[in-house]
Design a protein around this ligand. Sequence first.
Ligand code: ACO
Length: 332
Amino acid sequence: MGVVGLGHFVPPRIVTNQELESTLDTTDEWIRSRTGIHERRMAESDVCASDLAVEASLLALADAGVSPEQLGLIIVGTMTPDTMLPSTACLVQHRLGATNAGAFDLNVACSGFAYSMAVGCQFVRTGAFDYVLVVGADTMTRVMNWKDRGTCVLFGDGAGAVVLGPAGEGQGVLSIHLGADGSGGDSLCVPAGGGRTPGGTPGVPKSEFCLQMHGKEVFKFAVSVIGEAAAAAVSKAGLTPDDVDLFIPHQANVRIIDAAARRLGVPMERVFVNVDRFGNTSCGSIPLALSEAREQGRVKEGDLIVLVGFGGGLSWGAVAMRWGKKEALCPA
Ligand code: ACO
């Protein structure tokens, strides 16, 4: 099974580093040199993850030539659902008119898209469903502490979607590698808003409902785990890092991507980067990058593409896939 359709959507409002300079003790130079980020997108206050997800999904379905009624399942990777209940996936299912699909959310922070792909693939592989829609969508700007310059400059809003369907022999998803280390949970967390500290608990500062991060710890973790996860997925597919045509890591920081690619031994010409224009869009980042890479002609028939996510949990996930033409992936 493999990707038979792709799409992405970002909200139109661009927030530049210069704009942040006017409200925060930061500089464009600091943000660019430490992260590679130039600008990010921010959703209007009435736009949520489901809205971004629906737009990206419509594009992916049109690209695949698959109707919403043909979907057997919708998985939305998100850590910023519209509401605690119902799930964002159910909102998407309803708005798309996917009347034959089950739907659920999957929250593995920035690893959410890789995990969602891994789960979605199983249903196509077993023949349970012909087509599964996998979406990564986040409105990270909603969980930012806009007084914390160490985190709020890093994130943006966005979504990407893929339709998974039958693939030709040797094409599509070749291997999956998933991992987690809950001992590092505190280094990247949103402490309040769940069952432990529900909204409305007296005396809890607003910052507890926002993302908190030990940047240096996450940086070190990310650099080592990206390479290891990619190497594991590639090796499970019986290949080596030399075989990788396009490496698409989670877009968090260009220094992390650069260091991880060096460790893996993949030159930057074979690595896709768009963090400069979107910042870290969490679950949206990998499908947004994959979709843009294809738009830019960076994805070719027969290419070995490796996707790697990492993030809160701590968690990580990698998917190795052999790209094939839609026609080849969807035999009549
Ligand atoms: N502007 C100016 N100065 C800043 C800013 C800012 N926006 N942010 C921090 N600083 C300051 C700090 O206060 C510190 O000042 P001090 O030395 O006077 O104390 C100095 O810059 C250095 O701060 P560090 O945190 O040491 O900077 P570092 O080089 O580690 O870069 C960064 C910070 C960019 C956050 C980096 O650690 C990083 O990218 N970490 C990983 C982040 C990441 O990948 N997150 C993934 C999340 S995935 C998910 O699941 C959500």
